[in-house]
Ligand binder design. Structure first.
Ligand SMILES: C[S@@+](CC[C@H](N)C(=O)[O-])C[C@H]1O[C@@H](n2cnc3c(N)ncnc32)[C@H](O)[C@@H]1O
Length: 254
């Protein structure tokens, strides 16, 4: 069953994580966040809203889930403004943003054009939209010590179908942004260190809680227990650094 973002039981699923320097380096190579007005759509636990704030931006973070947003608010500085609204209809004023950002949101949306249209509306002329998501090529890779998520598909190959279906296609997103009126729609790969774990058991505790990985909600409790043993057998007990491959789409408002 897909994750229910509105279930209070999932309120902390995207909380408790901070952005890695690999992500910061990628963003600052694209935009200058100092003093910029940033809108973070589908902000989850606020990981990236806080990162933009630390980089010197004025941040408004939007999420459609009240419990998830409340969790983000609790763990973030008061300087960040939080709004509970759908990313496609935020209700924020036109042209207010220098940067509109959406990470790991597109693969949860039925229609990327609605998001592109709202990003276009929110940006001032010359502003930049940044979408970070994983295509199926990014998401479905063999398991390895730096890609333990891949063991999910090795252990349960039927999940590949579910994952492929929900993942955006590079050209589909590009076309939606062009159709919404953006110029210079380009893509680039991003390798982001997701998290550093002191040891294997810390990682497995997150998996057991289905934390921050919505695909795990597709598994029954029994399958999840099987997965944990499968992964435990394949990882060394010590430190683990999880690195994910993403696609970044950037687009400029004319
Ligand atoms: C996978 S999480 C990503 C969270 C955060 N951006 C990150 O990268 O850590 C997706 C988030 O999008 C939110 N979401 C899903 N559909 C949404 C929509 N239509 N509008 C706004 N938020 C949405 C969910 O509540 C969830 O918090």
């Amino acid at each position: 069953m897909p994750i229910d973002f509105d279930d209070p039981a999932n309120s902390d699923t995207y909380s408790g994580r901070e952005a890695d320097p690999s992500w910061v380096a990628a963003m600052t190579s694209i935009v200058d966040p100092v003093g910029a007005n940033v809108v973070d759509l589908g902000c989850g636990g606020g990981t990236y809203a806080r990162a933009w704030r630390t980089l010197g931006a004025h941040v408004t973070a939007v999420d459609s889930s009240a419990p998830i947003l409340e969790s983000a608010r609790r763990s973030s500085p008061t300087a960040i403004a939080f709004e509970c609204a759908p990313a496609e209809h935020t209700g924020l004023t036109d042209g207010r943003a220098d940067i509109v950002f959406a990470r790991a949101l597109v693969h949860h949306l039925p229609d990327v054009f609605g998001l592109a249209t709202e990003m276009f509306r929110l940006l001032r002329s010359g502003g930049i939209a940044i979408v970070q998501d994983r295509t199926s090529q990014d998401a479905i890779r063999r398991g390895s010590p730096t890609n333990p998520r891949g063991y999910l598909f090795d252990a349960f190959p039927w999940l590949t179908e579910i994952e492929s279906r929900r993942r955006p296609d590079v050209d589909e997103v590009k076309a939606a942004f062009t159709r919404a009126g953006f110029n210079d729609v380009v893509t680039q790969p991003l390798w982001e260190t997701r998290r550093r774990y002191g040891n294997r058991e810390q990682y497995l505790t997150e998996i057991a809680g289905r934390t921050g990985r919505s695909i795990l909600h597709e598994l029954s409790d029994g399958e999840l227990a099987e997965l944990i043993e499968y992964v435990r057998d394949r990882l060394a007990p010590g430190e683990l650094i999880e690195r994910d491959r993403w696609t970044l789409w950037t687009a400029a408002a004319p």
